[in-house]
Design a protein around this ligand. Structure first.
Ligand code: DLL
Length: 436
C-alpha cells in the first residue's frame, strides 16, 4: 500500500526533474533569507544559478552540526518567526541544542510523509496506534501523531508513561500498533513475560520502531516477544524528524523520501561521494522545507544506498539500516548524548577527577548506562561513612538528571584506578549492547 503513489513510484527521470526544480527554489530561498548560507556560498565562490543538476550539488559546501549549534536559536530559520507554527529541538539541555522551526506548510508535508511511513507498514484507519514516544521538544511523538490522524487511525498518545501503564493501555484499549524506540519495545516485551502475559492476549500486530540503531537480531527478538511485524524508520530532527526514510513490506532497506530530501553518501574523511552501494556518511539536502531548510547536511550516520529497485513498486531509493556514527554520539533509550556533555556535568561536581568511563548495557530489555568516575584524593575523610558516600552519588545523579535528563548508575572509583590515555584515542565508552 502507498499513501502517495504518484510520488512514491515516480519515474527516476521525473524525480530528477522535480528534485532540480525544488532544489533551485530552495537555494534561492536560503541565499536570500539565511545569512549563513549567503555567506557560505559567497565565500565558496558558488553562483547558485550554476547549480543545474543534482550532480552540481557537490559544488556546494557541507552544513555541519557545529554550524547549526552556532546559529542557536533561530539564525538558520528562513522565514519570519511569525510564520513559524511549531518549534522542536534536539535533546540534551547542556550545551546548545539545535532548534528547528516549521511553517504551516512544513507541518502539512511532514504529516503526509508520516502517513507514508505508516501506510507502507500496512497501517489503516482501522488501527489503534499507541505512540510511546515523548511528546515534547523531541520530534517522535508529534510527528507520528499527526501522520496517524491523517490516515484516520485511532491515536493513543501514551507518550513515555512507564512500562506497566503502557501494557495496561495496550491491553484495555486494544492497541494494534506500537510506535516506539526498539529498545522500549524490547523492554515492554520482557515485562510481558515477567507478568506472565502472553502476547497473543493483546491485539498487537505491528511495531514501528526507530530513533536509535538496532540490529536484525533485535528485530527478531522483539517480534518474538510481542508477536508483531517490526518495521524500521529513520529520521533526524534537523532534517524534519521522523519521516525521512521508512521500510515497506519487503523490509529490505528504508525508502528515502527523495521528493523532499536529496540524499548523498560521502566518504567521511575526504567528503567525496562514496561509490554506489558503498558505506559512508549520510548527507541530506531538504528541497521543500520553508522554515528550516538545510543544504548538504552531514548527519554523522553511517549507511549505504541500494541502487536496485524494490519489488514493492516504489522507485524511491533505499538506504541500509544505520550501522553506526562517524562521531561519538550515543543514543541511550532514545536520548542522544555526547560523552563530552556528560564530562561537562561531571566536572561541575566538586570532588571528582576528570577520569570516567561510560558502560552501556541492556538488562531485561532495559538499556542501562553506568558512569564510573574517579573521586579526587582530596575528597574529605567524611566519605568513609557509607551514608555520605550515598549522598555524594546522589548529588552527581541530580546534576546529570537536571542537565541531561538521564538517570545513570553512578559508580565511584578510587583515585587513579581508571585507565589513562596512552597518547591515542581514549576509549571512554564500553558498549555491551548488541547493535551488530
Ligand atoms: O530520533 C527522529 C525520529 C523519531 C526518528 C522517531 C524515528 C522515529 P533525533 O532525536 O534528532 O531524531 O535523532 C536522530 O537518531 O542521526 C540517528 O543517529 C538516530 N536514528 C534515528 N532513527 C534511526 C534508525 C529522531 N531507524 C539520530 N536507526 C540520527 C538508527 C536512527 N539510528
Amino acid at each position: 500500500m502507498m499513501y502517495n503513489r504518484e510520488y512514491e513510484s515516480i519515474s527516476r527521470e521525473d524525480l530528477q526533474q522535480l528534485q532540480m526544480e525544488r532544489l533551485q527554489f530552495t537555494l534561492n530561498r536560503v541565499y536570500r533569507n539565511v545569512a549563513f548560507y549567503k555567506n557560505m556560498f559567497d565565500t565558496a565562490g558558488v553562483n547558485i544559478e550554476n547549480i543545474k543538476s543534482t550532480d552540481d550539488l557537490k559544488k556546494l559546501p557541507f552544513t555541519t552540526k557545529e554550524d547549526l549549534r552556532n546559529s542557536y536559536p533561530y539564525d538558520m530559520f528562513a522565514v519570519p518567526l511569525r510564520d513559524i507554527v511549531r518549534i522542536h529541538s534536539t535533546s540534551g539541555t547542556t550545551g546548545k541544542p539545535i532548534v528547528v522551526g516549521y511553517t504551516q506548510t512544513d507541518i502539512g508535508i511532514w504529516t503526509s510523509l508520516m502517513a507514508r511511513v505508516l501506510t507502507a507498514a500496512g497501517i489503516t484507519k482501522d488501527d489503534f496506534l499507541q505512540i510511546a514516544f515523548n511528546y515534547n521538544l523531541f520530534t517522535g511523538g508529534f510527528g507520528f501523531h499527526y501522520g496517524a490522524e491523517k490516515i484516520g487511525a485511532s491515536v493513543i498518545p501514551a507518550s513515555n508513561s512507564d512500562v506497566h501503564r503502557q501494557i495496561l493501555i495496550m491491553k484495555d484499549f486494544k492497541t494494534s500498533v506500537l510506535v516506539s524506540t526498539p529498545g522500549f519495545a524490547l523492554h515492554i516485551g520482557t515485562f510481558l513475560q515477567e507478568m506472565d502475559l502472553h502476547p497473543d492476549s493483546l491485539n498487537l500486530k505491528t511495531g514501528i520502531f526507530g530513533s536509535e540503531p538496532w540490529s536484525q537480531n533485535l528485530r527478531t527478538e522483539i517480534e518474538k516477544a510481542l508477536h508483531v511485524d517490526a518495521y524500521d524508520n529513520y529520521g533526524i530532527t534537523e532534517v524534519i524528524g521522523p519521516g525521512v526514510a521508512f521500510e515497506c513490506s519487503e523490509r529490505k532497506g528504508l525508502h528515502v523520501n527523495e521528493d523532499h530530501f536529496i540524499v548523498e553518501v560521502i566518504d567521511p574523511e575526504s567528503g567525496e561521494p562514496a561509490a554506489p552501494g558503498e558505506q559512508g556518511e549520510l548527507v541530506f539536502t531538504t528541497i521543500t522545507k520553508q522554515g528550516f531548510p538545510l543544504i548538504r547536511y552531514r548527519t554523522g550516520d553511517i549507511s549505504s544506498l541500494f541502487p536496485e529497485s524494490c519489488s514493492c513498486g516504489r522507485t524511491l531509493v533505499r538506504m541500509d539500516r544505520v550501522s553506526g556514527r562517524t562521531d561519538d554520539m550515543l543514543i541511550i533509550e532514545g536520548t542522544n548524548l555526547f560523552p563530552s556533555q556528560i564530562e561537562e556535568v561531571l566536572l561541575e561536581v566538586e570532588g571528582i577527577e576528570p577520569h570516567y568511563e561510560l558502560i552501556l548495557d541492556r538488562e531485561a530489555g532495559v538499556e542501562t548506562l553506568e558512569i564510573r568516575v574517579e573521586v579526587s584524593e582530596q575528597l574529605p575523610a567524611m566519605m568513609d561513612e557509607i551514608k555520605n558516600l550515598q549522598k555524594f552519588k546522589n548529588t552527581i545523579k541530580t546534576h546529570l538528571k537536571s542537565a541531561l535528563e538521564i538517570e545513570p548508575i553512578v559508580t565511584l572509583v578510587e583515585p587513579k584506578m581508571l585507565s589513562r590515555s596512552g597518547g591515542g584515542k581514549m576509549k571512554r565508552v564500553v558498549d555491551k549492547r548488541d547493535l551488530s
